[in-house]
Design a protein around this ligand. Sequence first.
Ligand code: ZN
Length: 66
Amino acid sequence: MDPSTVCLSVFVALISMVAMFRIYKMNSFRIRVVGYRSQTMCHACHAITARAEANCQHCGKPLRAV
Ligand SMILES: [Zn+2]
């Protein structure tokens, strides 16, 4: 095994590790965005509350009322 082959294999391993890390970061970022979108702001008290709830968790007013 000559030094250039060792150098190339180490380089390829490093590049694949960086690519895998970037994919992992992208997935965690996407999960965070989805989690952010599942929240909404109460129009009455301006508190951040879960969109799944029908009423505000802070003041109890309905979130979907216009
Ligand atoms: Zn509220």
